[in-house]
Design a protein around this ligand. Structure first.
Ligand code: 2BA
Length: 108
């Protein structure tokens, strides 16, 4: 058994969860925050049989969109002058996923 840990954008999460449920995959949705943008995103935990990993990843990928976002770097004081850097564009990926082995799965 494997655990798929997938980070998706909040806007895509409802559609991803609905698609997984439709295909019979249970998920747990965690509210998370990206370390770089410090904005909310969604982490999904999906416990699946080894043979279903690719299907689950394909479902998540198909419902997750990559988007561009402008980030305003924090103003810096250099030699007594305040420098306000220009906003930088970053591409936030559709999904970032880890697949890890599950030693034991129990449900009571
Ligand atoms: P954030 O950390 O908020 O990152 C959002 C986006 O900012 C990233 O998109 C990337 O395009 C950009 N970015 C991140 N770190 C950067 C840096 N040091 N310099 C320049 N740009 C940077 P994604 O790579 O698609 O990541 C989306 C979210 O997925 C991340 O949100 C984070 O929550 C998660 N994530 C990505 N890689 C991860 C990893 N290796 N481990 C754990 N979580 C990860």
């Amino acid at each position: 058994m494997k655990l798929v840990i997938a980070m998706v954008q909040d806007r895509d999460a409802p559609s991803v969860v609905a698609a997984l449920l439709e295909q019979g995959f249970s998920t747990t949705k965690l509210a998370s925050t990206g370390g770089f943008l410090r904005e909310g995103n969604t982490t999904l935990l999906v416990g699946v049989q080894d043979g279903d990993v690719e299907r689950v990843l394909a479902i998540i990928r198909s419902r997750s969109r990559s988007r561009k976002q402008l980030v305003s770097p924090v103003p810096q004081v250099v030699a007594g002058e305040t420098c306000v850097p220009c906003p930088v564009e970053v591409t936030v990926g559709g999904m970032t996923a880890f697949v890890v082995d599950v030693d034991r799965f129990e449900k009571a």
